[in-house]
Write a protein that binds this ligand. Structure first.
Ligand SMILES: [Fe+2]
Length: 388
């Protein structure tokens, strides 16, 4: 198994202090808290998928220019049951436990108003065209009014070509439209690629080179629709936008996104405390530049206004999702730092917490933790320390 996905079975109960190289900003005070699969082997049993390992919470506490690291497992029901018998006895996303899945046997068909769905007895369903029995491979978008909890424009069906989305960057309303930015995979191949068998040492390089790429896409969804809305015409009138929305004769709104960049982009984050749900400019994420050998091995700051980006990367390192921590006295959207835990891909190079300047995307400091290996986790957040 590649070093990144080797099982981590121990906790770091007592905080360990890292070695600071550079300067940690004085104002930066709080905790970067991250969650992800850590324990991939319990006794003789091994999990099969990247999303399945028992979860560990990692915490980087930052205070007075110093950083400490601590790690503990989430004591979930899965953890308790598995650990009590030292084997895997609970089904996970890609790993069945010791009994066969009794739900994956029957297929049924059921109507919903004039639409038809085929289902197994799992959560998977497909919409079927009741006339020609084609499987409709479209992604439907439902809009819920946050105040009333009711669906908006129920007389219309918003749809786009089929895709898989793990992560939404941001969405906001502007002049009668919803602008929605997300990382879009064209299909579900990623779910197969992330089985742990893809990360065996001899396959690792090939897997990372050919890993499915998602693109940063912008959808623009018109909200003001009525019987006078013209058909077969692009309804998007926001300036400088390339995404389109076309109303068809049967009251479907076909949404065609703009691919904002040709680089692969995933694990997108923003200045969440101040810009969630409102017009914004900067997105952070892990990216894969063209023809790169290490998928998502580069950190990026993406400017959604100019569709340009800045990057950070280093040989034999692998970054995690970057998290923006705002300067409490700052006014600009990107006044703050980016925090990212950086894995070492080779023994002898220490993993570190990277602190990048929010504006220039250049290194302010790194805090190394010798003799440690970080969990290859997925998501995290920054929790600012309240001012005294
Ligand atoms: Fe996610």
């Amino acid at each position: 198994m590649d070093r990144l996905f080797e099982s981590i079975n121990d906790e770091v109960s007592t905080p360990v202090e890292g070695i600071v190289i550079g300067t940690v900003p004085e104002w930066l005070s709080g905790s970067l808290i991250r969650n992800g699969s850590a324990m991939f082997q319990i006794g003789e049993c091994k999990y099969k998928h990247q999303f399945d390992g028992l979860a560990a919470i990692q915490k980087f506490d930052i205070n007075d220019g110093k950083v400490t690291y601590q790690r503990k497992f989430v004591k979930s029901e899965s953890y308790q049951k598995n650990m009590s018998v030292n084997k895997i006895v609970v089904n996970e996303f890609g790993t069945p436990a010791y009994f066969p899945d009794p739900y994956n046997t029957a297929v049924s068909v059921w109507p919903l108003k004039d639409r038809l769905f085929a289902s197994t007895e799992t959560n998977r369903i497909h919409e079927i065209d009741p006339e020609n029995l084609d499987t409709l491979d479209r992604t439907k978008i439902h809009i819920i009014d946050k105040k009333t909890g009711e669906e908006v424009n129920v007389a219309y069906t918003y749809q786009s070509s089929s895709c898989l989305v793990f992560h939404h960057g941001n969405a906001y309303e502007e002049d009668g439209f919803i602008v929605m930015d997300l990382c879009r995979f064209p299909d579900s191949k990623i779910l197969n690629t992330t089985y742990l068998s893809s990360y065996e040492t001899d396959k690792w390089k090939e897997t990372m080179k050919n890993f499915p790429r998602s693109n940063l896409c912008r959808f623009i969804i018109p909200l003001n629709l009525d019987e006078k809305t013209p058909k077969s015409k692009n309804l998007v009138t926001l300036p400088n936008e390339k995404a389109t929305a076309v109303l068809t004769e049967n009251n479907s709104v076909l949404l065609n996104p703009e691919f904002m960049s040709d680089i692969g982009f995933e694990l997108c984050t923003i200045n969440y405390p101040k810009y969630n749900g409102v017009k914004y400019r900067y997105m952070y994420g892990c990216c894969s530049e063209k023809n790169c050998d290490l998928c998502l091995g580069t950190l990026a700051k993406f400017d959604v206004e100019t569709r340009t980006y800045k990057t950070w990367k280093e040989e034999d390192r692998y970054p995690t999702e970057p998290i923006f921590a705002p300067n409490p006295d700052g006014t600009d959207e990107d006044d703050g730092v980016i925090l990212a835990a950086i894995h070492s891909l080779v023994p002898g190079k220490n993993p570190f917490l990277l602190i990048l300047d929010g504006k220039t995307f250049t290194e302010k400091a790194r805090v190394e933790f010798p003799d440690l290996r970080f969990v290859k986790d997925i998501h995290g957040m920054f929790r600012a320390k309240p001012k005294d």
